[in-house]
Design a protein around this ligand. Structure first.
Ligand code: ASP
Length: 465
């Protein structure tokens, strides 16, 4: 097989190769394909040598890839040819002595990814030069240095990585940077944001986590805007907290800064997936302007003081209660040596009666059990119903309006800080460290989640001015 032929039909064999020859198309052909499932227009992508020989893979205009099974294809018409160059040119970041200095720590995720056209998969590929090469606006904001800590999708982030990241943030603060940006996969960004909020307390500079829902090779990518706004907030913003900076509305109008302990990924594919729950976001970021929406944030300071507490006890877990849950689920955790259990309970903080003996056994074994809410909004109130009071008597501690994932992270952290002092760990769990519980919910906070009703429009118009 010649090299040219290899490239022209890269990865295609068998019936797909026959089809491509018959319709006179190759890899990188822009095509219109008529199939039994309708018509598809897109670019034929190369495939890996190991993939099946049954599908022709098209990159659609929407940025999604679709595999067309050879026996569903009726015709293929070439409409153009566009060879993709997916290597981003590396450029050296220019230095301007008037600009603040920002350190970008890379952990991976879509924001640090580009499409692997061989497989159609998004692979982590973080390189500082590539970053600047693809978002040159960053040079107008700050002097940026980058460091790749990990190159993983965020489901692979965990306690070990949280500790490394927290230490690195501490070193970066001590080194005198004006702000820190952390590139991270969106799926578990709220876990890491919570971990950093507890491990790096009272930082003097902004620590801004950022990700993207759509990789930078896609036309609707949020990567560049998120990065620009996050970098701006880190370099020039007045808020010195651990925050998440992602798309605010579904359009590219502005980004929101969310407090690291009150934020959660709420949609699998929207770019505006991150929402502050139980509160309103800290601020809006829009083309070089930050508009605070709240007043209770920690301001930027010139000193380098920070309380670093990088600890985590991995024997903690988060259990999502469901009706009919068998108590042996809790027994198994206790038997396996778990030291702490966060329950996401129903309604105001409930589990069924069947689990009571298991909760009692957990308490007797010295396991810390805390209650949070599946509803995500609202407060645990276990005094309202008799069942709640009974659960309280079993030693389950209510965690107010702390989000379940945040409670899990905080419990791992608290039992890491105080592995041998259950009382101190318990006290830490119910002491507010980084805004993880609030006294009340704002009257207009919850509405942000529910479009199509007049109050939301009024609220949005008021904030958007
Ligand atoms: N699966 C990816 C991750 O969380 C998604 C993303 O980065 O948005 O790493």
């Amino acid at each position: 097989m010649s090299a040219t032929r290899n490239d022209k039909y890269k990865g295609y064999r068998g019936p797909c190769l026959d089809l491509m020859r018959r319709w006179n198309v190759t890899v990188w052909s822009e095509v219109k394909a008529a199939t039994t499932r309708g018509e598809f227009s897109g670019l034929i992508l190369p495939r890996s040598e190991t993939s099946d020989d049954l599908h022709i893979v098209l990159k659609l205009g929407s940025g999604y890839n679709v595999g067309l099974r050879h026996d569903t294809i009726r015709s293929i018409e070439q409409t153009g040819y566009r060879e993709a160059h997916y290597k981003i040119p590396e450029q050296e970041f220019p230095y301007d002595p008037r600009h603040p200095s920002v350190k970008l720590l890379g952990t991976g995720g879509t924001i640090a990814s580009r499409l692997d056209y061989r497989t159609g998969a998004v692979i982590p590929a973080f390189s500082p030069g590539e970053l600047y090469g693809s978002v040159p606006e960053l040079a107008e904001i700050c002097n940026l240095e980058t460091e790749k800590l990990f190159g993983v999708f965020s489901e692979n982030m965990g306690p070990e990585e949280y500790l490394v990241l927290a230490q690195k943030v501490g070193e970066t603060i001590a080194a005198g940077y004006d702000g820190i940006v952390i590139g991270h996969g969106t799926d578990t960004m709220h876990h890491t944001a919570a971990a950093l909020s507890f491990m790096v307390q009272d930082p003097p500079i902004p620590i801004v986590m950022v990700g993207s829902q759509r990789s930078s090779d896609r036309p609707s990518s949020d990567a560049a805007q998120n990065l620009i706004n996050a970098t701006w907030a880190a370099a020039h913003g007045p808020i010195a907290e651990v925050m998440v900076c992602m798309f605010g509305p579904t359009s590219d109008r502005y980004n929101l800064l969310h407090r690291g302990t009150r934020v959660r990924k709420m949609h699998s594919s929207y770019r505006s997936t991150f929402r502050t729950l139980g509160d309103i976001p800290l601020a809006m970021v829009e083309r070089g302007t930050i508009t605070p929406l709240k007043t209770d944030w920690s301001p930027r300071r010139q000193d380098r003081r920070v309380l670093l507490r990088p600890f985590f006890n991995e024997r903690v877990t988060l259990t999502y209660y469901y009706p009919g849950m068998d108590p042996d689920v809790i027994d198994a955790l206790v038997d396996r040596g778990y030291r702490g259990i966060v329950i996401a309970g129903t309604g105001l903080g409930h589990v069924n009666r069947k689990t009571y003996p298991a909760l009692e056994r957990a308490r007797d074994a010295g396991v810390h059990v805390y209650m949070t809410l599946q509803t995500l909004w609202g407060f645990v109130q276990m005094q309202v119903y008799e069942t709640g009071r009974e659960i309280l008597e079993l030693g389950v501690v209510p965690l107010s309006n702390m989000l379940p994932e945040v409670a899990y992270i905080k419990l791992g952290w608290a039992l890491g800080v105080y592995p041998d002092d259950p009382e101190a760990a318990r006290k830490l769990m119910t002491t507010v460290i980084a805004g993880e519980t609030t006294e009340r919910e704002p009257h207009d906070g919850y509405l942000v989640l529910q479009g199509g009703v007049p109050e939301v429009q009024e609220f949005i118009e008021r904030v958007w001015r």
